[in-house]
Ligand binder design. Structure first.
Ligand SMILES: Cc1ncc(COP(=O)(O)O)c(C=O)c1O
Length: 398
């Protein structure tokens, strides 16, 4: 057989999805699996989006514009206007999910061998996308003990080399729920200017900030228009992960023109998804409140329930819908596998995402898992019951 590419060999399995075969096997033996591993909420997709899909009258589903439908780009521009961010529709490219926006950004901004600084733990796919683009991820590690607060900016500065080309952050953060303060964003901005770097800001969870915390979009930072790239998506905001519609936005038009060449090669983002996304952007405030209140209630329930389980430590996430949790186990990945392979309680078990996959520093996150609070309270309660019982029985408990 011809040799598979080195890049392919280096691609990691997603920590979020790699235990799927074990979960399927558990289901096949009749066990209900509470999937807390993946950011797939059980909340209703925005009714406006569903309505738009039902009302499609076209007889041909055609290719669209490579930059995305102009009407959707304009709608996003007015959406951003409402949060005080001034973006012209020409500053916006529609992508196949936020995922493609990240890939396009890396391919457009970094050469093979360049480095990108990322606070870790980070959204695991950043590492996958970077590997696909032959880009090296350089982590700046945050710790569970202080609620994953951003490490001092001096630590970022120490990591800068002649190959450093960009910093990427996710705000509010997946997987930690950390929210960057405006001061922190300004500090990153200063660094970006000092070392002439790109600043990639992933704000797919922007609306989900709890406890009176307010998020200001990084697109409001002044003086770095040529450096800033916004990653956004309709997946989480409208509980519409399968629409596959996202955004790459920047006021740097040389950058966008370059990204557009990649867009042309992949022809266009999904047309039906765009139609539905455009309708979703008109969702009434009640829908947004339904999404927000559901996650807030789930976070409050989950964090309390987790911290009541002996040996567990879970800081309170301030945003998004994930939390990193430290478990009293020898190895969280082994435990997550054991829960699927060996354990069940009342024909139920839990699927967790092993924490180490969200770090690149060897040994980090070994006792941690990421939990997505994407299920209703009853299911979360049952899942916590399973977790508690599983931990009590697990042979590798410490
Ligand atoms: C931080 C972050 N960025 C981007 C994405 C990509 O989302 P999508 O491709 O569904 O828009 C996700 C999905 O979970 C995410 O958590």
């Amino acid at each position: 057989m011809p040799e598979i590419s080195k890049r392919g060999m280096l691609m990691p399995n997603s920590p979020i999805r790699k235990l799927v075969p074990l979960a399927e096997a558990a289901q096949n033996r009749g066990c209900k699996v509470y999937r807390l591993n993946i950011g797939q909420p059980d909340l209703l997709t925005a009714p406006k989006a569903m309505e738009a899909i039902r009302n499609i009258s076209a007889n041909v589903i055609e290719y669209g514009h490579s930059a995305g439908n102009e009407s959707l780009r304009r709608k996003f521009a007015s959406f951003y206007e409402k949060i005080g961010v001034s973006l012209n529709y020409e500053d916006i490219l529609i992508t196949t999910g936020g995922s493609e926006a990240i890939t396009l950004t890396l391919l457009t901004c970094l050469n093979a061998g360049d480095e990108i600084i990322v606070p870790e733990p980070f959204y695991a796919n950043y590492f996958s996308f970077a590997t696909a683009a032959d880009v090296k991820v350089v982590p700046v590690t945050s710790n569970i003990e202080n609620g994953f607060a951003l490490p001092p900016i001096s630590e970022f500065e120490q990591k800068i080399t002649p190959r450093t080309k960009a910093i990427i952050i996710c705000n509010p953060n997946n997987p930690t729920g950390y929210l960057y303060s405006w001061k922190e964003l300004e500090q990153i901005r200063d660094l970006v200017v000092k070392y002439n770097l790109f600043f990639i800001c992933d704000e797919v969870y922007r609306e989900l900030c709890y406890d009176d915390n307010e998020i200001r979009s990084s697109m409001l930072l002044e003086g770095i228009d040529k450096h800033l790239i916004l990653i956004d998506s309709v997946s989480k905001r409208y509980s519409a992960t399968g629409l596959r519609v996202g955004v790459m936005a920047s006021r740097n038009h040389d950058l966008l023109q370059t990204a557009l060449k990649f867009c042309q090669a992949r022809l266009c983002p999904p047309n039906i998804g765009q139609l539905a996304a455009e309708a979703a952007l008109d969702s009434p405030p009640e829908y947004c409140e339904y999404i927000y209140n559901s996650f807030l209630e789930r976070r409050n329930f989950l964090v309390k329930a987790l911290n009541e389980i002996p040996g567990i430590y879970c800081p309170t996430p301030k945003g998004a819908f994930y939390t990193m949790v430290r478990l009293p186990v020898d190895d969280a990945e082994k435990f997550a596998m054991w829960m699927l392979q060996e354990f069940e309680y009342n024909k139920q078990t839990v699927m967790l995402a092993p924490g180490s996959g969200f770090y690149t520093t060897p040994g980090s996150g070994k006792q941690e898992v990421r939990i997505a609070y994407v299920l209703n309270i009853e299911d979360l309660g049952n899942a916590m019951d399973c977790l508690k019982r599983g931990l009590a029985q697990y042979p590798g408990r410490v």
